[in-house]
Design a protein around this ligand. Structure first.
Ligand code: NAD
Length: 432
């Protein structure tokens, strides 16, 4: 049976002219021609990458689309300076620009499914922003479209590209810490009320009838959860063992929002690995989020500062690998381009995000919604005209919970709500 990558590769060759095909055989790739959909907001980070890669002669940018783009803005100017042409919308761009090989989608999350599928069905490769989809049926539909089109749909979960994380995956896969039983991530950041007023979908579960499910796990700490699940995948002897079977989650909010700003989750894979996550945007500062992987022969600790610590059983001194700061998006773009050219394995394809989307959807259903944290457990302060909301005692609670694979209700936190176990077996459709 051919691998998905072989099929993707075969599909890619199908649209190439003979000269491009011969260039490929000779190791010279056709220069990728990309289009960007969504150029403001986080799209600006994509504009910077596209400009850098174009200036290095590693890609071209023929077109872009964003009905909300400012024609006098920097993104607009930077893209038009590359020769890119503005199109009315993504569908028009796909129809009018057959020269575009691949599209980058940096649009709000409810738009990802339709835009990615349109592009794949039009024979284009895709790099879609994280999270790839809001609901499990969406990520499944995108994965099916990738498979059917034989094109690559990569997801910009850029924290998978850092050297420390790549090394952590290798070590776990090679059994360096033995059989893995537990993976625990903690993410604590400070976000003021401005974070929730920056865009209409921030902090919303739905917007204009569309699912958004914006919360700590779906959005700001999506990277942490995805990396935790990829570590579970690396720990699995058989890929089927990495499948999430059931979970229990508690979602809370201290801000006046619909989604959660504080959460905990415990998920079990078929292979018996527990993946626990503790995340909040109600902390007094920003800590580098970190994941600990516990095996029967040692413990790995990876964090967002590109650092990896390895403690082997037997009492030897811990080994710390501190990698320099890296441009993670640049590494994602390089990997995406190389994967399209079959020179690399993609770091993160849409099908490998299914456990992530299933977990985030399952978390909301397990939690039975988002529970308010009572005012007496919350501090609110003014800072430079912004409102800062913090939940008391969270660092200690999260650390204790992570060590015990516990949820906040199991620690006896007075405001915590005991929630139900949710089975992910046969979970094909999320409805709010
Ligand atoms: N990888 C990361 O670390 C990271 C960080 C921040 C945001 N993101 C992701 O980036 C995506 C965009 O987030 P954002 O905060 O920039 O959102 P946003 O609401 O600011 O929108 C981004 C851009 O998309 C444009 N847009 C809206 N509808 C469009 C349409 N129909 N066609 C074309 N363009 C359209 C908007 O005009 C805007 O310029 C989300 O998926 C978000 O989760 C990723």
């Amino acid at each position: 049976m051919r691998s998905a990558r072989q099929k993707i590769f075969q599909g890619a060759c199908g649209t190439m002219g003979t000269i491009d095909w011969l260039r490929k055989l000779g190791g010279i790739s056709k220069m990728l021609n990309v289009a960007l959909i969504g150029i403001e907001g986080f799209g600006r980070a994509h504009v910077r990458q596209i400009v850098a890669f174009a200036n290095e002669g590693k890609l071209r940018c023929a077109a872009f689309a964003d009905p909300g783009a400012d024609p006098a803005g920097e993104s607009f100017a930077a893209l038009t300076a590359l020769g890119a042409v503005r199109c009315d919308d993504d569908a028009t761009l796909l129809a009018e620009r057959p020269d575009v090989d691949a599209v980058v989608l940096a649009t709000p999350l409810p738009l990802h499914r339709a835009m990615a599928i349109r592009a794949l069905e039009a024979g284009r490769h895709v790099l879609v922003e994280k999270p790839p989809a809001v609901a499990v049926q969406d990520v499944d539909a995108m994965a099916r479209a990738q498979e059917a089109a034989g094109r690559l749909c990569a997801v910009n979960f850029q924290n998978v590209s850092g050297s420390a994380f790549r090394r952590a995956l290798e070590l776990v896969r090679a059994g360096a810490i033995g059989r893995v039983s537990r993976i625990a991530g903690i993410g604590m950041w400070k976000r003021t009320d401005r974070y929730y007023s920056r865009t209409p979908w921030a902090g919303k579960l739905t917007l204009r009838g569309q699912l958004v499910l914006d919360g700590t796990l779906m959005n700001p700490f999506a990277h942490l959860l995805q990396n935790g699940l990829l570590l579970a995948e690396a720990a699995a002897a058989d890929p089927a063992d990495a499948e999430p079977l059931h979970l229990r989650a508690e979602l809370y909010r201290a801000h006046p929002i619909e989604g959660d700003d504080t959460s905990c989750l415990r998920l079990a894979t078929r292979g018996g690995v527990e993946v626990c996550m503790y995340t909040t945007l109600c902390y007094e500062s920003n800590e580098p989020p970190a994941i600990e992987v516990v095996g029967d022969r040692g413990v790995l600790r990876w964090d967002y500062a590109n650092r990896l610590e390895i403690r082997r059983a037997g009492g030897s001194a811990p080994e710390t690998l501190q990698f320099p700061a890296e441009d993670l998006m640049r590494k994602m773009y390089s990997n995406w381009i190389d994967s399209i050219d079959d020179r690399a394995e993609p770091y993160c394809t849409v099908d490998r995000c299914r456990p992530f989307v299933a977990a985030v959807n399952g978390a909301l259903l397990s939690s039975g919604g988002v529970h308010p944290i009572p005012a007496d457990a919350v501090d609110i302060a003014e800072e430079h005209g912004n409102r800062v909301t913090t939940v008391r005692d969270l660092p200690e609670l999260f650390r204790e919970a992570a060590e015990r694979s516990a949820l906040l209700s199991e620690l006896g936190v007075p405001w915590a709500v005991r929630t139900r176990r949710f089975s992910l077996e046969g979970f094909r459709e999320f409805r709010l």
